[in-house]
Design a protein around this ligand. Sequence first.
Ligand code: PEP
Ligand code: MG
Length: 582
Amino acid sequence: MTISIHGIGVGRGVGIGRAVVIASSRADVGHYFIDAEQVEAEIARVYEARDALVQEIQLLLATMNKDMPGEVAALLEVHMLLLQDDELYSGVRYWIADRLYNAGWALSTQFERLARQFEEMDDPYLRERKADLEQVIERLIKRIQGEESPLAMQAPASSGSECLDADAADVPLVLVAHDLTPSDMLQFRQSVFKGFVTDVGGKTSHTAIVARSMGIPAVVGARGASRLVQQDDWIVIDGDAGVMLVNPSPIVLDEYRFRQRQDELDKTRLLRMLNTPSVTLDGQKVELLANIELPQDTQAALAAGAVGVGLFRSEFLFMGRKQHHPDEEEQYRAYCQALEGMQGLPLTIRTIDVGADKPLDDSVPDLAHLNPALGLRAIRWSLAEPAMFLTQLRAILRAAALGRVHVLIPMLAHESEIRQTLQMLDMARQQLDEKGMVYGEVLLGAMIEVPAAALTARMFLEHFDFLSIGTNDLIQYTLAIDRADESVAHLYDPLHPAVLQLLAMTIQAAIDAGKPVSVCGEMAGDTSFTRLLLGLGLRSFSMHPAQILAVKQEIVRADAGKLKDWAQQVLASRDPASLMRS
Ligand code: PEP
Ligand code: MG
């Protein structure tokens, strides 16, 4: 029977594949295919890890202090039994030999399968053994990954789908998880999945943004998906409608395959826009910039015809690094790499935007009782961590000696924060002077992400060279809607009259001051808003590269002059959505 689960589409298009169901805690397990010749060696690694763990537990049991409570020995014996369970290894052999999964992936997949069997058991004692199995599997995976170089955690270049044998290559895979953090997503950027679904998340949650930048179909907020879907079920992800189908009938599957082919055709057609100038019918030039997460994303930015990077979310350099934050040299190299990647075009580096809403890794303390979106994040966090902030500013200033660098400060609200930020920049320059290090000029921009900033945009323009409107947060803070919470996602409305007023005010303030203003939130890459933003006077859009050509198509068909009056009507309306269709 086909089950359909509704959520929020965040990555466009159709993805079809077999489900790989994972728990978020296992998201940092490497997910890559091995070559057919590696199968025996990969299986052997699992058995070696098992033997080593068995020995370890045996030693523990033999040397255990007699005063230890009996439960400890009993627990170790349970672990020993689970560790030697044949069903575990027959499954693992299947995933490795038939599917060519790497060892860690095979173990975590088999765990999910066995965990379900445990959950369905009537006997509470047996049900609880799931947690023991989890511990055993995690220890096996750790031991196996301990042998791998950090690079092997991602798909190695030689193990892409092109080198699979026919059987495994025929099985596209989609990921189903309860939740994925932005740092989990970073792992998956180089993985083999054709799409993903999560139980939680909103349209502009950071996980969704990374998914969109990967250009794969994705649905978030599909409540219960990771419980309902079984390992290896056939899944259709309809990223446009925000729906996932589980085990659809062959007729439905055919229908979606047809849509997939249509989407491919549309993408090919859009490529014709690549060399078309981004100019409206009435001759207004519009700047199309790229949002990137890592220096290597500049390739996609150039390939899509971006004329610069409007938002480099630098926090992704810091994610998933446990306590080892990149030092000044490493950051400097990353910024230089991005600059080189852009071949002389400007690079806008946003200073680190982290906090409890976007943790650097899983070791952040539990702040569930607080509201992370209203807490210590973005510039507030940077000002509270001056040593880290200065390190980043020095690295950026040094990179600026090599090209056109703009610095963008996230989530400012107070003039005092602006003053402190400017002081930190002066201090970073002074520190570089003292060390005799070369650095360059930067243009300084502020993100307008909180209503307080939009309402005082004129004051911001006295301090900054340019503004960039972060609509993802601006909407969240104007409407008091957590952008990551699917239960209020229906109220997250970019067309709310209050949001539009703030947007229009900010754009107008910059125009009056003769300074550049851009939108770098998801609204900029959504073609349904292009005409409105043009009508409000916006001439610079920054978005993930996959959206650039579609937005350009809207621009070349638009008459900005005519859109001006219409945009004013939308702005004055109590129901802007109804006018958007006119
Ligand atoms: C925004 O808030 O619109 C934005 C671009 O920043 P981020 O999505 O990284 O918070
Ligand atoms: Mg933001």
